[in-house]
Design a protein around this ligand. Structure first.
Ligand SMILES: Cc1cc2nc3c(=O)[nH]c(=O)nc-3n(C[C@H](O)[C@H](O)[C@H](O)COP(=O)(O)OP(=O)(O)OC[C@H]3O[C@@H](n4cnc5c(N)ncnc54)[C@H](O)[C@@H]3O)c2cc1C
Length: 450
């Protein structure tokens, strides 16, 4: 490939989204990814026992991931995820009772209210209490449309916000806590209310399909990342894996990118690495980016633990079930996504600080107990294999008081940032990563053409 116009460091979804955004406008782009596989925190690895590709953790997309669906359409990967027609969430409560929240095809947010009104998991009083939160969501949507933050939620945790709107008790446990934990990856007593309310505003926006759940139909990197590689290469770009890069800064601008002794001159570089890798990516004169590096250093992580269980038979007759009130809050049956005969369950514990350091044997026993308690069929099934995946830095913390998130532009000439940590207003999600990549591509285009 002739010298690239833009170099993207990091082949996660933010970097790939940026590369795709540039390649589609015929900009020559080079992507450098440190690991052997693309996809970053949304990737898969080969399980040595089964030989199967296993996700590093179940990923769920929502209908309101508009930037992500744009990205998937551009790279021709629309079939990489399967989306519900409208929001439908089966849950099994701590007493083992299965109920399903089904939101009918009404304009949003009436569909949520109608769904909750018919949801057998809640008492009539709890159902009516949901009405009290509707004005707050509407207010947040209005603030988002104006591009401002909701001043009422500043410094407040999700727990305090829910309590202020009378959403605690059984309603909190069955509806809001699972939703907040899944969206924010942090317990409601720690996570900030502001991004949560923004998520609610997006999920319960104008289109009822915004709340629908979509699940990848293939291992994560094959579904979301490899089609981007093919797209970039088909447009004359290049994607290199096993290419740990360092970005050299001098005289207030980007000068070159170094990979394993090879030095590439660079005019525009997008650093699409996670906050915890940012410090190690630069060399030379880093003064102008010192404030961003300081924020990155003091940003706390939030973990996710996934326990994969392989049974000798099917134990779940739906693609996923919520398990509110349990350590493993969701169980997914990969059979539905990957079309396999027996049952590979992925049990997810978000905001998993409390269990992160427990041994694999302990975690497997806990997951098995919880799944057998919730799913009677699993009590007769034989467990053939189990695998624990810990992601200690799955997401960045969004607790009140965390350091500011950076913008796309930096004070260093030719240097742009992408990544879920960039200040998109969204929590650490695929949508935040892809959106940040779109923004970086737009900014890089201006840099290339200036
Ligand atoms: C277990 C788990 C479950 C999750 N579940 C969901 C979910 O259900 N829904 C959702 O929306 N989000 C979910 N997320 C969050 C989502 O995966 C991330 O927000 C998103 O993938 C972040 O993408 P990114 O490109 O910003 O960063 P990353 O994916 O971290 O990509 C950055 C890339 O940069 C590379 N890199 C770092 N340093 C260098 C260097 N010096 N040179 C070259 N390359 C470098 C890294 O190897 C990495 O591949 C989950 C995350 C985890 C871990």
């Amino acid at each position: 490939m002739p010298a690239p116009d833009v170099i993207v460091v990091g082949g996660g979804l933010a970097g790939l989204s940026a590369a795709v955004g540039l390649a589609r406008r015929d900009i020559r782009v080079l992507v450098l990814e440190a690991r052997g596989r693309l996809g970053g925190r949304a990737s898969a690895f080969r399980d040595p026992t089964t030989g199967e590709l296993v996700d590093n953790g179940q990923h769920v997309l929502l209908g309101c991931y508009h930037a992500t669906f744009r990205y998937l359409r551009t790279i021709g990967a629309d079939t990489a995820v399967r989306m519900q027609a409208s929001l439908e969430v089966p849950t099994i409560d701590r007493e083992g009772r299965l109920t399903t929240l089904c939101c009918p095809a009404l304009p949003s947010p009436l569909h949520l209210l109608a769904g909750v009104m018919r949801w057998a998991a809640l008492s009539a009083t709890d159902r009516l209490r949901v009405l009290r939160v509707a004005p707050a969501i509407w207010y947040a949507r209005r603030a988002m449309a104006r591009g401002s933050k909701d001043p009422l939620t500043q410094g407040e945790t999700v727990e305090a916000w829910l309590s202020r709107h009378g959403q605690g008790g059984r309603l909190g446990e069955m509806l809001w806590e699972p939703l907040a934990l899944a969206a924010l990856n942090q317990p409601i007593g720690h996570a900030a209310a502001e991004p949560f309310v923004r998520v609610l505003g997006a999920v319960f926006g104008t289109d009822p399909r915004d709340a629908a759940i979509a699940l990848p139909t293939r291992p994560l990197d094959e579904a979301l990342a490899e089609p981007a590689r093919r797209f970039v290469e088909s447009r004359g770009g290049e994607v290199r894996t096993n290419a740990l890069a360092r970005i050299h800064l001098a005289d207030g601008r980007v000068t070159e990118v170094v990979i394993r002794g090879e030095t590439l001159p660079a005019r525009v570089v997008i650093a699409a690495v996670p906050w915890h890798d940012l410090g190690g990516v630069f060399e030379g004169d880093t003064d102008l980016i010192g404030d961003v590096l300081a924020c990155a250093r003091t940003t706390s992580p939030s973990p996710i633990v996934t326990v994969n269980l392989w049974f000798d038979r099917a134990v779940l007759d739906v693609p996923f079930v919520g398990l509110p009130g349990r350590v493993m809050q969701w169980v997914f049956d990969k059979r539905w996504a990957f079309g396999r005969a027996a049952s590979h369950l992925s049990l997810v514990s978000s905001g998993a600080e409390a269990v992160l350091r427990r041994s694999n044997d302990d975690l497997i026993a806990l997951a098995l107990d919880e799944v057998r308690e919730a799913l009677p069929v699993a009590r007769q099934a034989r467990l053939d294999h189990a695998l624990v995946v810990r992601e200690p830095r799955a997401t960045f913390s969004i607790a009140p008081g965390q350091p500011a998130r950076p913008s796309t532009a930096t004070r260093v000439g030719g240097l742009l940032l992408a990544g879920d940590w960039v200040d998109t207003g969204l929590p650490a999600t695929i949508e935040s990563a892809v959106l940040s990549g779109e923004w970086a591509a737009d900014a890089a285009l201006r840099g290339v053409r200036s």
